[in-house]
Design a protein around this ligand. Structure first.
Ligand SMILES: Cc1cc2nc3c(=O)[nH]c(=O)nc-3n(C[C@H](O)[C@H](O)[C@H](O)COP(=O)(O)O)c2cc1C
Length: 256
């Protein structure tokens, strides 16, 4: 590990913008220059991002020295409309997801926020193991159905078809980690990105259950030690089109 933050004293003008924006008081001003303490940096990069002089480097990252690209403004009405009209997709065409689209989906996860900037979320694309993973899940759920049907009436009528889990979708991404919130946020970012690319997404809670129950499945997906499967995104081109926005319960919000 290199030093987390390196200040170029020649360039630093002592404006203190980095110091004021540091969430961990890792930087301080001395002799009109920014300096760093020994420890306590979470490498969030705010100092690097805010410096008007380009005087900050992040020792453990490749700093591309990119000038900030002005963000094209997101239209909030379009965004809200997209969020209201998104639906879980359970029918997919066979069309594969283009590599470039997959890259963007993964980038959306990578750039999602994580507590303490831990960046501790893993992504596993099932690829050639998708079929066998689904076979394991289907077997498990069929066993469960046999055991549970006498007690839970609706279980009997559920048809656990061979494509019950992944619905014939061409892409399955398992999201794992030690922190549920971080991994869930990453998944939400990825879902929105996928939808903006014309793709449909289904979160699979069923797959999470199977990963919890089946060591064979965990081994197949090479789940990193100490991590658990937090969610699973099933992604592909939708084979269904929805005509209207589904109503939601009244907003539970209060102002104290
Ligand atoms: C964490 C999570 C897990 C889910 N797991 C499943 C699942 O295993 N199978 C399924 O058919 N739908 C699953 N869903 C989809 C929900 O049933 C769906 O979001 C909900 O019915 C609302 O429908 P909508 O997403 O189309 O608005 C899951 C959704 C979430 C957020």
């Amino acid at each position: 590990m290199s030093k987390a933050i390196i200040i170029d004293e020649e360039k630093c003008i002592g404006c203190s913008l980095c110091i004021n924006d540091c969430p961990n008081s890792y930087l301080y001003l001395e002799n009109k220059k920014a300096h760093t303490h020994e420890s306590g940096c979470i490498e969030c990069g705010h100092c690097y991002a805010i410096c008007p002089q380009g005087a900050v480097r992040m020792g453990n990252y490749d700093c591309m020295d990119e000038a900030v690209i002005p963000m094209t403004e997101l239209d909030s009405d379009i965004l809200l409309q997209a969020m209201r009209s998104r639906r879980s997709i359970r029918h997919f065409t066979k069309q594969p997801v283009e590599k470039e689209k997959l890259r963007k989906i993964l980038e959306a996860g990578r750039y999602s926020p994580t507590g303490g900037n831990a960046q501790n979320v893993s992504y596993t694309i099932l690829g050639s193991r998708q079929k066998i993973a689904e076979e394991i899940c289907v077997r498990l759920f069929r066993q469960g159905q046999k055991i549970g049907s006498p007690f839970v009436r609706f279980l009997k009528r559920v048809r656990i078809t061979d494509d019950f889990f992944f619905k014939g979708a061409p892409l399955v991404i398992v999201i794992s980690g030690k922190n549920k919130v971080n991994a869930s946020l990453a998944a939400a970012y990825m879902e929105i990105m996928a939808e903006s690319l014309g793709l449909g997404v289904l979160y699979s809670g069923f797959f999470v259950v199977c990963a919890r129950l089946s060591r064979k499945l965990r081994k197949l997906i090479e789940l990193p030690r100490g991590e658990e499967v937090i969610t699973c995104l099933i992604i592909g081109y939708p084979a269904v089109k929805y005509q209207r926005i589904v109503p939601r319960k009244a907003l539970k919000a209060k102002k104290l």
